[in-house]
Design a protein around this ligand. Structure first.
Ligand SMILES: O=C(O)c1cc(=O)[nH]c(=O)n1[C@@H]1O[C@H](COP(=O)(O)O)[C@@H](O)[C@H]1O
Length: 275
């Protein structure tokens, strides 16, 4: 998917919501548990309920890998089911020596090899440029590089002083030379709202994938005020607060209500800050 198409979807839907498909088999409502593929059935109903209000879906790969072969099949079916208008992110946080990264890239980007055809994959920058480049070898596909994550442990290394600036700033400066705004995004946690202005000075045009609203308590308003640019430049993810809004037989309509609530808030922020 191109940068222009993604921005077109955001403008049309007045939404920069990414629904996180962190589908934990232990949290799926009881009435789905007896079906042959409860994870896919749950995802299908969540996608049907939320597609009008979001522009992206982000399955976290851990939730599928933990189930072995059955989990991989549920993931393949889920990706095939998501409408082509929606940006798809494999949240896998990969990155390794070049030839290994090349195989990770095939896993998520080459349907002939793995049955998966994601638009983007999350990648850890720690191993440097040669661990990231193999993902960028796939035309039209995106890398989403971890910059400043939402979790408490983000202070352990990401904020360490490296040549007079926090390490995450060096990640942004160096990696923004590897690819432009049309192939590279950055993960910045919603819990890090105080850093968005500085981050926007370093990468004014790149999209930021922002997890951490909802269950982790980040502020959608602060993220939008300080992180938005003239092409929105934000994909804000919420997983648990949407998909587990309710665990009864009516779970999908509760998910739809929560996605709709976030979309309406986003429409206001697009009006105020997308300039
Ligand atoms: O790369 C991510 O998506 C990610 C980065 C980060 O810094 N923090 C973070 O929470 N995530 C992911 O975003 C999702 C957040 O889920 P909720 O907290 O349930 O909305 C999970 O899949 C996390 O793995």
């Amino acid at each position: 998917m191109t940068y222009e198409f993604l921005f077109g979807q955001i403008s049309q839907k007045q939404s920069y919501l990414c629904v996180g498909l962190d589908t934990d088999i232990r949290k799926i409502p009881a009435h789905l548990q007896g079906l042959p593929d409860p994870v896919f059935e749950f995802n299908k109903q969540i996608i049907d309920a939320t597609a009008d209000y979001c522009v992206a879906y982000k399955p976290n790969i851990a939730f599928y890998e933990a189930l072995g072969k059955q989990g991989w099949e549920s993931l393949q079916k889920t990706i095939a089911y998501i409408p082509k208008t929606h940006f798809t992110i494999a949240d896998a946080k990969r990155g390794d020596i070049g030839n290994t990264s090349g195989l990770y890239a095939r896993t998520f980007f080459d349907p002939a090899s793995s049955g998966l055809d994601f638009d983007a994959v999350t990648v850890a920058p720690y191993m440097g440029s040669d661990s990231v480049m193999p993902f960028l070898d796939f035309a039209d596909k995106w890398v989403i590089l971890l910059a400043l994550t939402s979790n408490p442990g983000s202070t352990d290394f990401q904020r360490m002083n490296a040549d007079g600036a926090p390490l995450f700033e060096q990640v942004l400066k160096t990696s923004s030379e590897w690819a432009g705004k049309d192939r590279l995004m950055y993960v910045v946690g919603a819990t890090q709202a105080g850093e968005f202005q500085r981050i926007r000075q370093l990468v004014p045009e790149h999209f930021l994938l922002v997890p951490g609203v909802g269950a982790q308590g980040g502020s959608l308003e602060d993220v939008s005020r300080f992180g938005m640019n003239a092409h929105c430049g934000l994909l804000v993810n919420a997983s648990r607060s949407i998909i587990y809004a309710d665990n009864g037989s009516d779970f999908a309509s509760h998910a739809r209500q929560e996605a709709c609530r976030l979309q309406q808030e986003m429409a206001r922020y697009l009006d105020l800050y997308c300039r």
